[in-house]
Ligand binder design. Structure first.
Ligand SMILES: *Cc1c(COP(=O)(O)O)cnc(C)c1O
Length: 418
């Protein structure tokens, strides 16, 4: 059973001041989860979770995670600016970007971020702009298929990210020549995993590579960045990952590979987005229409512009009708938004209780890659983002867009008058 983190009564009070649709985040849940992540890796002295800013690029969220000891993983100029708004600086920022524009590299370097090079040619590109820092990172792509037992988890050979092993060696060699002293290795091989073995398996690949690079190039390996990819159970029948077991799995590989080599000063970094935030956000909408044609439809005041994952990836997001948590699910609905796109459906053939107009619909697990992926198709406006504080109060972290915001980038001098 998936349980909403607000009740119907709470929702009604919030809606009286902040009309639907909006995303709301659960501060208490976020903090507890972040503490557990830190506990799972507490065996590693230098451990740091660099929250993937792209998942929820909202300063109010970053502030809470920062207070729990997280850093920020940025991939663009504006994400760096957002990190700057909550005073992240220096090595609290990981800059993991790809196809990076020059100005983004310059901004990241100015902020003292750890630069994670996606390609070895980026080193030359970067060093023409700014000096190579002492601490640097390169992103590895082992190619081929990435498998856990017989299950293919992902296909790195088909992904645009990272460098081959030969390029990693060449990259580190060039970086060393240019004055780098401390090296990190990063890799992201599978997304939305729901096994406790993904990080440990990735760790084994990266730890072995670290030993090889250290011995061949005589360099100091300072950290291994396991990046993101730890999933959450979007579906009520899916099982959650056990972060304590994941941490212990990485520790075991660490002791096997690094201990005999005297490399126990290597820090472990992660860049989780989804695992840190997805369960602690939800999209709140009101049922405003019902129609009966060849199927039963419920129309919400939210649409795919507020949450793109179902339309884009056919992703499952659980739906709860607030106040009807215990009611029998004896109706089959398509729950739709108002875009002129037939894929604008939050749920298809979903068994739900009878929905009445005005019912408040709670769409689960929108805390990562939810509001962040919002867009303005059909002139739809992005919603507000609210924080449900630990003390039950509400903070507006981001107000809802207005038509004026949407129109602000237009040149209003019509071409025919020029
Ligand atoms: C998207 C991304 C992440 C976060 O991924 P999640 O699946 O949300 O954990 C981390 N690092 C990089 C470089 C990414 O692109």
């Amino acid at each position: 059973m998936k349980k909403p983190f607000i009740t119907l009564e709470q929702a009604k009070q919030i809606i009286a001041e902040h009309p639907t649709p909006f995303h709301i985040y659960d501060e208490k849940g976020m903090r507890e989860n972040a503490r557990l992540v830190n506990k799972a890796f507490a065996w590693n002295k230098g451990f740091k979770e660099y929250f993937a800013v792209k998942a929820t690029p909202t300063p109010g969220i970053l502030q809470v995670l920062k207070e729990e000891g997280c850093g920020a993983d940025c991939s663009s100029f504006t994400e760096l600016m957002i990190a700057e708004m909550v005073d992240f600086k220096g090595h609290d920022i990981m800059f993991s970007s790809n196809m990076t524009p020059a100005e983004d590299f310059v901004k990241a370097a100015e902020m003292g971020a750890i630069i994670n090079f996606d390609d070895f040619t980026h080193i030359e590109f970067f060093s023409k702009l700014v000096e190579i820092p002492e601490t640097v990172c390169c992103r590895y792509n082992p190619g081929g298929m990435f498998q856990v037992a017989n299950d293919i988890m992902d296909n790195p050979g088909d992904s645009k990210y990272g460098m081959t092993k030969e390029q990693m060696k060449e990259g580190f060699r060039i970086l060393k020549e240019k004055g780098a002293k401390h090296f990190g290795i990063h890799s992201f091989l599978a997304s939305s995993t729901r096994t406790n073995t993904y990080y440990p398996m990735l760790a084994k690949i990266l730890f072995e590579l670290a030993v090889e690079l250290k011995e061949e190039l005589d360099i100091h390996i300072a950290f291994i960045n396991l990046s993101g990819g730890v999933g959450i159970p979007y579906h009520p029948e899916e099982e959650a990952c056990d972060i304590m077991e994941i941490g212990a799995g990485v520790q075991k590989v660490y002791e096997e590979i690094f201990a005999p080599k005297g490399m126990e000063d290597v820090a472990i970094y992660t860049e989780m987005g989804r695992y840190m935030m997805a369960p602690y956000g939800s999209l709140i909408a009101t049922a405003i229409h019902e129609k009966h044609i060849y199927k039963e439809y419920i129309g919400l005041d939210a649409c795919a512009a507020n949450l793109m994952r179902p339309a884009m990836y056919q992703a499952y997001h659980h739906v709860t009708v607030l106040g009807k948590e215990e009611a029998v699910c004896d109706h089959t609905y398509d729950v739709a938004g108002g875009l002129c796109e037939n894929n604008d459906k939050f749920a298809i053939d979903r068994q739900l209780p009878k929905i009445d107009m005005g019912d408040i619909v709670y769409i689960h697990d929108t805390g990562a890659h939810g509001h962040a992926m919002g867009y303005n198709y059909n002139g739809k406006l992005r919603s507000a983002e609210l924080l449900l504080q630990e003390d039950g109060g509400i903070t507006v972290m981001r107000r809802a867009e207005t038509p004026e915001d949407y129109l602000a980038t237009l040149d209003c001098t019509p071409f025919y008058k020029k």
